[in-house]
Each structure stands twice: as structure tokens, then as C-alpha cells.
Design a protein around this ligand. Structure first.
Ligand code: FMN
Length: 139
């Protein structure tokens, strides 16, 4: 993350259980890196945040003006690999439903992938994402 700061892109890195979900509408750009555990379950650290996001009283404009990217970590050796319908996809869909705008297509990391975690497409899209954040008006 230091290299992002060096490139003029101020960034706060924190575990999701240290982030107040109610303040999400005040963020300009958020990158979510989420893993899948159990049998396609959200990690414990994400449970309160996820419960908050599922509240029925949040409408389709709640996250208007928020730009986001979701990167899911999983393992295709598990029956419920995150790319199919689990944590990363659920989060991505809910953020869209609440009016946020995706900056890049959802990325998926697979522990079984021969080149490691990052799928090839995110090798290309991640640097693009950083460039877009550097250009965003709030920075
Ligand atoms: C107990 C356990 C359950 C997991 N269940 C899933 C799963 O259902 N789907 C999936 O895609 N990955 C699953 N994974 C893989 C993790 O998401 C993946 O290994 C993790 O994101 C990488 O973190 P690590 O290096 O700490 O393992 C599971 C991992 C563990 C340890």
C-alpha cells in the first residue's frame, strides 16, 4: 500500500470489522478483498458488515457516488468456490443494488491457480484501477 501512497493515492487499509458500515456512503472509492470460508461462507470478520448491508431499509441510492471493486479469495478445490455464487459475488451484487458503481469487473483469486492467487485479468485491471483512483477528483 505504500507504493499507492507514493503515487499520490491516499489509502487506508483496514480489516472490515474495524470499518463502520454506516459510513460507507461517505467513501469515494473502496476496494474489498474478501475470502470464502467454511462451505462458501463469509469470514467471521465480515459478518456484522454483511448483516448491516442486508438491512431492508437501505435503498438503491444509499451508495450513490461510491465506487468500488471486489476481489474474492477462494480455492477452486472447494465445492463452493467463490467464483460461482458465494462471498465475492454476493457482495458485488448487493453493492450494485445499493447504488454503488463498480470500477472494474469483480476479480477472483484461486489458491489452485498455477501462478498463485491473482487471476490473470486482475494483473491487468489492478494497475488500471490504481490509475483511475489517482485521477479521481477527491485525490
Ligand atoms: C476452513 C476453510 C474453508 C474454506 N472454504 C472455502 C470455500 O467454501 N470456498 C472457497 O472458494 N474457498 C474456501 N477456502 C479457501 C480460502 O478462501 C482461501 O484459502 C483463502 O482465501 C486464502 O487464505 P489462506 O492463505 O489464509 O488460506 C476455505 C479455506 C479454509 C481454511
Amino acid at each position: 500500500m505504500h507504493w499507492m501512497r507514493r503515487r499520490g493515492c491516499p489509502v487506508a487499509l483496514l480489516s472490515i470489522d474495524c470499518f463502520n458500515a454506516g459510513s460507507l456512503p461517505h467513501e469515494d472509492n473502496v476496494i474489498f478483498v474478501v475470502s470464502t470460508t467454511g462451505q462458501g461462507d463469509t469470514p467471521d470478520s465480515m459478518k456484522a458488515f454483511w448483516k448491516f448491508l442486508l438491512q431492508r431499509n437501505l435503498n438503491q441510492w444509499w451508495l450513490e457516488g461510491v465506487h468500488y471493486a471486489v476481489f474474492g479469495l477462494g480455492d477452486s478445490g472447494y465445492q463452493k468456490y467463490n467464483g460461482l455464487q458465494f462471498v465475492a459475488e454476493k457482495l458485488d451484487k448487493r453493492l450494485l443494488d445499493l447504488g454503488a458503481v463498480a470500477i472494474v469487473e469483480r476479480g477472483l483469486g484461486d489458491d489452485q491457480h498455477p501462478s498463485g492467487f491473482i487471476l490473470e485479468r486482475w494483473r491487468i485491471t489492478f494497475p488500471m484501477l490504481i490509475k483511475m483512483l489517482q485521477r479521481s477528483p477527491s485525490n
